[in-house]
Ligand binder design. Structure first.
Ligand SMILES: [Mg+2]
Length: 123
């Protein structure tokens, strides 16, 4: 079975390394985008992205805008939004932009892996 490929859109290196360690340990193949614009480009170019973990606060283009753009061209790729600074109502904003789910930072490994498996319909 081919590896599941996750695009991680995350501007902070330390945050990326944390998620990288967690997801690689779980057996996923990763691709990183450092801002929302890059995430949109990668989502368009790579045909083998199974799911996207989308940081919301990013330079150039934020995660909400990037999600809207990606959903226009690749509506079936699940997108999980993440941020450390959510305020009440943010979750609804993220979902309205097209995000399929939301996980607050700091990301808990088990919760993230469960979310990924749910969205990829993996038991
Ligand atoms: Mg960020």
């Amino acid at each position: 079975m081919p590896k599941i490929r996750i695009l991680v859109a995350e501007d902070e290196d330390s945050n990326y390394r944390y998620v990288e360690k967690l997801l690689k340990k779980a057996g996923y193949d990763l691709l990183r985008a450092s801002n929302g614009f890059e995430a949109v480009e990668y989502a368009k170019v790579y045909e083998d992205i199974d799911l996207i973990l989308m940081d919301i606060k990013m330079p150039v283009m934020n995660g909400v805008e990037a999600t809207r753009e990606i959903k226009l061209v690749k509506p079936t790729i699940p997108i999980i939004a993440t941020t450390a600074f959510a305020i009440p109502g943010d979750r609804e904003v993220f979902l309205k932009a097209g995000c399929d789910d939301y996980i607050p930072k700091p990301i808990k490994s088990e919760i993230l892996i469960n979310l990924i498996n749910n969205h990829l319909k993996i038991a």
